[in-house]
Write a protein that binds this ligand. Structure first.
Ligand SMILES: [Fe+2]
Ligand SMILES: [Fe+2]
Length: 308
């Protein structure tokens, strides 16, 4: 419980973060990031929206959470396709939740002291995150798939961090780095199998990967700046909080809510979700997708996992 107490003091004990200055990032990196963000690609105008089709898979079949179960082979194609669409919607809902957090936190950080290079970069990042969220909303709306309210909720610890954690602390930047890196590695997998999914999904993943490379570079630099000032004791509880954050996020990202199985046409959604969680093939798939994130965290001295 020590880390939860420490986490509480991290969340509650800080003054409002917008009064505290962000640590300065290297201006050469900021200029480089802003330069590459300047030819802004608006997802709403650059994706071929007319090609979006719910008769296609939205995830490669082998990325669907229950594909390793013997029952999967017995399902008809329409159910498999519909489930791939709902599982991609789950990924987009994770994205909408994360991007809302970044937009609010980075927007608030603009009230603190920083030079023009940093201010400019934060505005570029906010613009890109807003664009991704608009892209997700349009994808969901255009699909016309029913999505009842309150079928999806963010992971509780990450949600608490998101609402209260100052953007000037190491835990925020750890959470930001993993919150961007995990979806990015999954997007890369979907993109590699682009021939198996609807072309608009492929385009959306590609656009997101290009922007996300810059966001991850900035999050990692902020994380490195903060970790350089973090003592051994604080690192220990950071590692424990990180482990919990990763477990929660991996679970939410890779295992959709029970209702999504039912919306796709299956009965007993909870049974399918439990079966997916217990399936060794799915667990291996998740481990493989998360391996680059685990390696990145290892470079900072955090040994984490396995998560599922
Ligand atoms: Fe994004
Ligand atoms: Fe991002």
């Amino acid at each position: 419980m020590t880390y939860l107490i420490a986490l509480e003091s991290e969340i509650i004990g800080h003054r409002p973060f917008h009064r505290r200055a962000m640590p300065p990032a290297a201006s050469s990196l900021l200029r480089h990031l802003s330069h590459n963000s300047t030819p802004y690609r608006d997802p709403l105008t650059s994706l071929d929206w007319d090609a979006l089709d719910t008769r296609d898979y939205w995830l490669p079949p082998q990325a669907v959470s229950i594909c390793g179960l013997p029952e999967f082979a017995t399902l008809n194609e329409a159910v498999k396709r519909r489930l791939s669409q709902y599982e991609f919607i789950n990924v987009m809902l994770c994205g909408l939740w994360l991007e809302r957090v970044f937009i609010v936190r980075l927007g608030n950080a603009l009230a603190g002291g920083m030079d023009a290079a940093e201010r400019s970069w934060l505005l570029h990042e906010i613009r890109e995150e807003a664009g991704h969220s608009l892209m997700f909303l349009r994808l969901i709306e255009t699909s016309a798939l029913p999505l009842p309210e309150r079928t999806w909720r963010g992971p509780w610890l990450a949600d608490a961090c998101a609402r209260r954690l100052p953007a000037t602390g190491p835990l925020f930047w750890l959470a930001a780095a993993i919150g961007e890196d995990i979806p990015d590695k999954f997007n890369r997998y979907v993109r590699q199998h682009g021939g198996e999914v609807n072309p608009v999904i492929h385009q959306a993943c590609t656009l997101h990967i290009v922007d996300e490379a810059r966001h991850i570079a900035y999050a990692r630099e902020q994380l490195e700046i903060h970790l350089a000032r973090t003592g051994t004791l604080r690192r220990r509880w950071l590692a424990a909080a990180l482990d919990l954050l990763l477990r929660q996020f991996a679970l939410r990202f890779y295992f959709p809510p029970a209702e999504f199985y039912e919306l796709a046409g299956l009965t007993r959604g909870m049974w399918w979700r439990r079966a997916a969680r217990a399936d060794p093939q799915r667990r291996e798939f998740v481990r493989e997708r998360m391996a680059p994130t685990v390696r990145m965290l290892g470079q900072y001295g955090f040994r984490v996992g396995p998560f599922v």
